[in-house]
Design a protein around this ligand. Structure first.
Ligand code: F6P
Length: 343
């Protein structure tokens, strides 16, 4: 038995832990493991090499991915999908484990529908893959946000300022909501709950009236702020999966500037950006990645192709890729409203 493994889309801490788990469980079963380089790009070009026990040793705690990643989308070009299928054959792969978010997993589903034996593992700091409560990388990213909020609280308080912290998360507010909840944010702005600049400014004024002379505002990069959305220009080129670069909105800076203009309180903006995807994986992500990696090999063992592993009620369960890709899992509004109590 020979299996391949790849990591696609944006990197997150915990990918190496997942690669290690897939490989170690496979070796235990006497299987061979091949590493596909740079996500689907390597599957198209045939950058596929044996992954040895030495290569997966000592990587559990290291961020990034030893296999490299890309946002290449073979679904855009029939010849690329064919190249993936040809390389499956050429490299003698009996099955493939695709580790990624909804983009990477949509290609996995496309290949499965064309006859390839593929299983998936959900990873994305956005935490928006459907049918799983957690994706690899989310917990570590949120921990980074919380660490930043802890540090920013002291300087905001010392200078009586408003600090706007822009976080990633694409079209879902998971990172902003969970980060803001755990980091004691004074206002959270997310895509799921539109909020105007005037509402945000009014909130800061009300806090001041209550004697709160500083505010920490967490803004998701995809936040729906009507005044900004209305004026937004084309954000430029889209990637292979059709996504624009949300960092180009500069939403954190706009919110900080507008709050200062409308309230007169001095404001600053901090964009956490790719810091959220760096560092060592948290305990939660290491354990999740390990469980997902072993679980994915077990899906292959029982022939459950076209499925991904998911976390539900703290159990690893199989979920059809089709169901996992059916919708974008947006934030649990109960958590958002919980955070509001502490504004
Ligand atoms: O999907 C993960 C993510 O980090 C998003 O939160 C963010 O919008 C995007 O990737 C950034 O992508 P890139 O690394 O290509 O700039």
């Amino acid at each position: 038995m020979r299996i391949g493994v790849l990591t696609g889309g944006g990197d997150v801490p915990g990918l190496n832990a997942a690669i290690r788990a897939v490989a170690r469980r496979a070796y235990q079963l006497g299987w061979e493991v091949m590493g596909v380089r740079k996500g689907w790009a390597g599957m198209v070009s045939g950058e596929i090499e044996p992954l040895t026990p030495d290569q997966v040793s000592g990587i559990l705690h290291i961020g990034g991915t030893i296999l490299g990643a890309s946002r290449t989308n073979p679904l855009k070009r029939p010849q690329d999908m064919q190249a993936c299928l040809d390389n499956f054959e050429k490299f003698g792969l009996d099955a493939l484990v695709a580790i990624g978010g909804d983009d990477t997993l949509s290609v996995a589903l496309g290949l499965y529908e064309r006859g390839a034996k593929v299983v998936g593992i959900p990873k994305t700091m956005d935490n928006d893959v459907a049918e799983t409560e957690y994706c690899i990388g989310f917990d570590t990213a949120v921990s980074t946000v919380v660490d930043a909020l802890d540090k920013l609280h002291t300087t905001a308080s010392a200078h009586h300022r408003v600090i706007v912290v822009e976080v990633m998360g694409r079209d879902a507010g998971w990172v902003a909501t969970m980060g803001g909840l755990a980091g004691g944010a004074d206002l959270i702005m997310i895509p799921e709950v539109p909020m105007s600049l005037e509402q945000a400014a009014e909130h800061v004024r009300r806090r001041w009236d209550r004697g709160k002379q500083f505010s920490i505002i967490v803004v998701a990069e995809g936040a729906r702020i009507p005044e900004i959305v209305a004026k937004e220009e084309d954000l430029g080129e889209r990637d292979d999966f059709g996504h624009v670069r949300l960092d180009r909105r500069g939403i954190g800076e706009t919110v900080a500037r507008e709050i200062e203009r409308r309230t007169g309180f001095e404001s600053r903006c901090v964009v956490l950006g790719h810091l959220q995807r760096g560092g060592s994986p948290s305990v939660f992500d290491r354990v999740l990645a390990t469980r997902f990696g072993v679980g994915a090999v077990e899906l292959i063992q029982v022939g459950k192709f076209g499925y991904m592993v998911a976390l539900k009620a703290n159990k690893i369960v199989p979920v059809p890729l089709r169901d996992a890709l059916a919708y974008n899992r947006t934030v649990d509004l109960e958590l958002y409203h919980l955070a509001e109590i502490f504004y």
